[in-house]
Design a protein. Structure first.
Length: 420
């Protein structure tokens, strides 16, 4: 009897480890199409380059929010198998112009509300017409928060709640807010975003978040559960430009698909992969975009994927809602630095398991680069030094400074320290 129980325990152990091992590799592109609905591409050469990079990292379709040149659409259809879609770009349009955009097969309108501009200043006639013809806002930037707003939450939330009220006033128009609506960076903001999603079925967000997963907030479990609970509201986006590499994009997939020990996350702090269930990935990678963004479903079908009328079926979450593995600290240094002394900055990329091209930059609080302690290949654990007193021509003053780790053309971790 004891032997049978022991064999059963061993079988369950091996089964669990097999599932764990399977979660260490990316899904095949034939299993799961990927729509990158937030990219920045200009012209034929950049389109061709983007398709080449997608072939290397597993992407299927890219939606560019950079160009209004409808003449390029025929080139995309003839030469690139419709793998690039174009979103019109701008802030104010007449209802007649919106109708024309729809006729010209644009996939939406990218509107960037810079700095202190409120969403409620947009034309309500334009938004009504967008809902009528089925043209969504794509990667809509609200506040795009300048630091004088973002770091004063009560001022920042004025912009986000104003945008929510605009979406509620126009329930037939879909709003896809860029960078997670900037509400995925603090635990309290995640709670707010949940409520916004609950109140507004026409609000979506992309996941190319410039500050996602910076430690100590938000909680790993909190952001993972947000993606699972609201899988029908998030869309995959990378903020891709032609300087991005295939390896730099693959790590975004590793972050979502695997439980690998990753040394950096999606433009944010370090940590292991989320190991999201397959049906969650299906929603985020393609289903939501195919449902909301004109042209996506058709482009996927041109490229061999059958997109039915039913969403992907739910599947069990192997790791449970309490999955919260060890976190990794990539950048380490003293929080206070004497202006007359050198100090050490430790970079630990050992968990990532490979050499990574990048730079370590020291910036002033206003983001002016004052020193680059290292540029090249990072691997394992390395220590670099910076001498504030050696920057005589820059006249280093006491105050707050930043250390940025930029890997494969993406800012991957940021920390703050004080020079006194």
């Amino acid at each position: 009897m004891f032997k049978k129980i022991s064999l059963l325990i061993m079988f369950l152990f091996l089964l669990n480890n097999l599932a764990f091992a399977q979660q260490q590799k990316l899904y095949e592109l034939s299993e799961i199409p990927i729509v990158d609905m937030h990219t920045h591409l200009n012209g034929k050469e950049e389109f061709k380059h983007a398709v080449k990079v997608m072939d290397e990292w597993g992407g299927t379709i890219s939606v560019s929010v950079n160009t209004n040149e409808k003449e390029l659409m025929q080139f995309i259809a003839d030469s690139l198998d419709s793998r690039i879609l174009l979103s019109h770009r701008g802030k104010e349009f007449t209802p007649e112009e919106v109708v024309e955009m729809k006729k010209q097969n644009y996939s939406g309108i990218k509107t960037h509300l810079r700095y202190h501009t409120l969403a409620s200043t947009l034309s309500h006639e334009q938004i009504d017409k967008m809902g009528e013809v089925g043209l969504p806002f794509i990667a809509m930037h609200v506040a795009d928060p300048p630091e004088d707003i973002y770091y004063v939450p009560e001022k920042f939330m004025v912009h986000q709640l104003d945008a929510e009220q605009l979406a509620r006033r126009h329930p037939k128009t879909n709003f896809i807010f860029a960078h997670g609506f900037y509400l995925t960076n603090r635990n309290s903001d995640i709670d707010t975003l949940r409520k916004i999603f609950d109140r507004n079925p026409n609000i979506y967000a992309d996941i190319c978040c410039s500050k996602w997963w910076d430690e100590p907030e938000p909680s790993f479990t909190k952001i993972r559960n947000l993606l699972i609970d609201y899988k029908d509201r998030f869309m995959f986006g990378t903020d891709y430009g032609v300087n991005r590499t295939a390896d730099g994009l693959k790590f975004l997939r590793e972050r979502l698909e695997t439980n690998k020990a990753l040394a950096f996350g999606n433009n944010g702090g370090p940590g292991p992969g989320f190991a999201l269930p397959l049906d969650v990935l299906n929603h985020i990678y393609y289903w939501n975009a195919a449902k909301v963004i004109p042209g996506v479903k058709e482009a996927l079908e041109i490229n061999g994927f059958e997109i039915g009328s039913e969403p992907p079926a739910p599947q069990p979450d192997k790791y449970g809602r309490d999955y919260n593995p060890q976190q990794y600290e990539v950048i380490q240094h003293n929080s206070v630095v004497k202006i007359s002394e050198k100090f050490e900055i430790k970079i630990n990329l050992a968990p990532y398991g490979r050499a990574v091209e990048g730079t370590l930059e020291i910036l002033s609080w206003k983001k002016k680069v004052v020193n680059i302690p290292f540029s090249g290949k990072f691997e394992g654990e390395q220590v670099f030094t910076w001498d504030p007193a050696g920057e005589n021509e820059l006249k280093i003053e006491p105050g707050k400074y930043r250390a940025w780790l930029i890997l494969e053309n993406m800012k991957c971790a940021e920390t703050v320290f004080v020079v006194e």
